[in-house]
Design a protein around this ligand. Structure first.
Ligand SMILES: [Zn+2]
Length: 216
């Protein structure tokens, strides 16, 4: 409160200890534009109808998706004085519950069907600190246009012969006790420099014809 006032933003606070007449008076002053920021503890998560409110600062954590959505709902109501709203998530609720405008499938008992782990990964813009879905915006912040820096991949190359592994080749390699070149287990093929000079760095893998057993 004091820091808002010091920054030139008029503010008042209400909580459970505020008498009813003070609450009514303060809310009316807020609606009338007498001050800018209304701080509250546990009073206005739901039911507060001030559609001109345009910024919600989430300053407390909650494990409740309902509380999260109801709290931000205070500023998501349309009003002639605004075209959008700002949500300042100081409590990490976007990480906990997903984006406010995520599509959620509700059941009649109030639960959402979508498991939490399927919520899209939250990315914080390095420039404007907006939270957004990296899946929807892989390269650029949708708020400020900041281009996400991607560490360039260093791709090593070598003069090798690509060979599709077949059971007979695998049997031949085993018979000759030739070690495996480095390869990833997801690739259905291997790169061999020559039948005689294969160095083993990762001796477990998979081929198109099946899993290769671990070799020493
Ligand atoms: Zn940004």
């Amino acid at each position: 409160m004091a820091e808002f006032e010091a920054a030139g933003i008029s503010a008042r606070h209400l909580d459970a200890n505020s008498p009813a007449n003070l609450r009514d008076e303060t809310l009316q002053d807020w609606r009338d534009g007498q001050f800018t920021m209304l701080s509250n503890m546990g009073l206005f998560i739901e039911g507060l109808d001030v559609p001109a409110a345009a910024c919600c600062i989430l300053a407390r954590p909650t494990k409740s998706l309902t509380i999260y959505l109801q709290a931000v709902g205070r500023v998501m109501r349309p009003h002639e004085t605004k075209t959008d709203c700002v949500i300042l998530d100081c409590a990490g609720l976007t990480y906990e519950h997903g984006f406010v405008d995520d599509v959620r499938e509700w059941t009649l008992d109030g639960k959402i069907k979508k498991p939490k782990e399927e919520a899209p990964a939250v990315h914080i813009c390095e420039s404007c600190f907006a939270a957004y879905s990296k899946a929807e915006h892989p390269n650029e912040c949708p708020e400020c246009g900041f281009i996400t820096y991607v560490e360039p991949k260093v791709i090593e190359s070598a003069d090798v012969e690509m060979v599709e592994l077949t059971p007979s080749i695998i049997a031949d390699l085993r018979a000759k006790r030739i070690k495996w070149l480095e390869f990833t287990s997801a690739k259905p093929w291997m790169i061999l420099s020559s039948w005689e000079n294969c160095a083993a760095t990762k001796p477990v893998g998979r081929t198109s014809s099946g899993t290769i057993e671990k070799r020493g």
